[in-house]
Design a protein around this ligand. Sequence first.
Ligand code: FES
Length: 154
Amino acid sequence: MLSAEEQAEIQTEMAHYPDKKSVCIDAMKIVQSHRGWVSDENLRDIAEYLGMSADELDGVATFYNLIFRKPVGRHVVMVCDSVSCWIMGYNRVCEQLTSLLGIQLGETTADKRFTLLPIVCLGACDDAPVMMIDEDLHRDLDPQKLDSVLDQYK
Ligand code: FES
């Protein structure tokens, strides 16, 4: 069941759109901001609230890769694996991240601090290689400095 706070935030978004379904991505982001991810039960509740089928909403969630459909850590590290980043050192960045975190792509650290995920082009190709941690974009990544970047996230 959606909380009163979540419903109020979704209602606020609805004021900006012509119909309820238009806020579906925002609604999932709102629920995710409160719960960390969007479970099947949350998805059904959001769909019902917006007058959509759960399958319809799941289709949107699957397409939109910033909606997490499985539990994630407190911080989500998303490493761009598209072509510019790949050319500019994605492999070295990814190797260093997996080494520092002790996990592979798609996994979460045992202390639930970080989840490491690949992501498509983040639109900062000029500054490749690039990664996002939560809402922060980190550009021109140097594998030797990743430790200090991760240190900013407790
Ligand atoms: S390819 Fe990585 S930001 Fe565009």
